[in-house]
Design a protein. Structure first.
Length: 93
């Protein structure tokens, strides 16, 4: 999803891929898509059940990832979908 290939992301979802699967850092595809500015992928993942509240091993949510790199539109979209504005990461940010 972070590469922006929404068609491949959609196919994986249709084939049963877990949209909330995490890597060794505890990050999901949604974390990477939000951080990389892939708004279409973010919308697709959220529409298909991606948990916007999942925090990685540093307690960073998808909102943290988007906001940290200045992705205002993605941050707004996450907030509109219920992201916790007051969530704190491991550094209390």
């Amino acid at each position: 999803a972070s590469t922006g290939h929404e068609d491949i992301t959609q196919l994986l979802i249709e084939k049963g891929a877990n949209v909330n699967a995490t890597d060794r850092l505890g990050r999901t595809a949604l974390h990477y898509a939000a951080e990389d500015g892939k708004s279409a992928a973010v919308k697709l993942l959220v529409k298909n059940g991606a948990d916007i509240h999942t925090a990685d091993k540093l307690r960073r949510t998808t909102l943290h990832c988007a906001a940290e790199v200045g992705e205002v539109a993605i941050s707004s979209s996450l907030l509109e979908n219920g992201a916790n504005f007051n969530a704190k990461d491991a550094q209390e940010r």
